[in-house]
Write a protein that binds this ligand. Structure first.
Ligand code: BT5
Length: 324
């Protein structure tokens, strides 16, 4: 059944908004005209809107914002990123699944995507709120040949890729707050969690988790997040197809990642600095060892944040929450 469904959606995707006759569809997917009609009804039940015109056939006028391996794969323009997809409706955390796939030697660039996470995580085991039907909860698995201390650069690279993808598909102009937050109007729209599998100084795999608030309305957020979180829908007033945004993120990521592997962090750093909000501002960095206050003067070539404190010394911040 799922095979037929894939073929049917594939046929509509190829028709690119034009009508497909019942005859053509039945030939393409290899079933009777009556069966075609039944499949069309099933699509309608799932939230697709289809226009049916006698003699012309059917065309899809609106897709539900549904994500599945198919939706992500159809129209994906990358070579490596997302070429293997593990999709599940509900998972505890896509990071956990990605970790076990990485352990089992899955292909480079494989992604894990879920519609809902029941135990989504941020840094330091904080909870990441991931309700169904609204956001992108995705983990990407890559195997770069880099030393462990350079892996934080990949968090910054991912942030640039996501900002570029959002800019491409919406009128929004997000900014980046070091190291892992993407912000719109002072509220968090994206969080990134980079985890490693490494031995001594050798990286086996890097698992980059991205949580992106796409179609939430303010009511979707629990009380405690309403003042600090936002979504693309809240900021633009319109829905964005999640699968389309995933495809764009993978494409931007692949481009930046290949630049990174050939030219190093320098070009990525320049792009990152163009989007950063925390630079040249007085900030407080809350680290596990205490708070450091001072002026954020930039990031070094490893992606480490540099803060100039009142006594003019430069502190290197590897991991912290930043208050501006
Ligand atoms: C992050 O942590 O921002 C990293 C979030 C990564 C989530 C992705 S989803 C796919 C993959 N699978 C996972 O299980 N995780 C990754 P951090 O900087 O520690 O921020 C966490 C804080 O953000 C929380 O303590 C809340 O205050 C806030 N928060 C939680 N859910 C949010 C949401 N949906 N939108 C905005 N802020 C949220």
């Amino acid at each position: 059944q799922t095979g037929l469904r894939t073929k049917l959606l594939e046929a509509f995707s190829k028709a690119d908004g034009e009508f497909l006759s019942g005859q053509k569809i039945s030939e393409y997917i290899g079933c009777s005209r009556t069966a075609v009609w039944k499949h069309i009804e099933d699509l309608r039940k799932e939230g697709y809107e289809l226009e049916g015109v006698r003699r012309l056939g059917y065309r899809i006028t609106k897709k539900p914002d549904k994500i599945s391996s198919n939706e992500i794969q159809l129209g994906l323009k990358t070579n490596i990123m997302g070429r293997h997809i593990h999709f599940e409706q509900t998972v505890s955390s896509t990071q956990k699944i990605a970790q076990s796939l990485a352990n089992d030697g899955c292909p480079d660039g494989m992604i894990v995507v879920a519609d809902e996470q029941t135990d989504g995580r941020g840094r330091m085991a904080r909870a990441w709120y991931s309700p169904s039907g609204t956001g992108i909860w995705m983990s990407m698995i890559i195997r770069p040949n880099i030393p462990v201390n350079q892996t934080p650069q990949l968090t910054l690279l991912t942030a640039v890729a996501i900002v570029q993808a959002i800019e491409e598909l919406t009128p929004l102009r997000p900014t980046i707050k070091w190291p892992n937050d993407i912000m719109l109007n002072g509220k968090k729209i994206v969080g990134i969690l980079t985890e490693l599998q490494a031995e001594a100084d050798k990286v086996h795999s890097v698992i980059i988790g991205t949580g992106i608030n796409v179609n939430q309305t303010i009511e979707h957020f629990p009380e405690e997040l309403r003042n600090i979180a936002t979504s693309i829908k809240i900021e633009t007033g319109t829905n964005l197809e999640r699968a389309q945004l995933i495809q764009m993120i993978l494409l931007k990521f692949e481009g930046l990642y290949s630049l990174y592997l050939t030219k190093g962090f320098k070009p990525i750093k320049l792009l990152w600095e163009g989007y950063a909000i925390s630079l040249n501002k007085m900030i407080v960095a809350r680290t596990l060892r205490g708070s450091i206050e001072g002026k954020a003067i930039g990031i070094n070539d490893d992606g480490v944040l540099l803060i100039e404190t009142a006594d003019r010394s430069i502190e290197r911040i590897y991991s912290a929450d930043i208050e501006i």
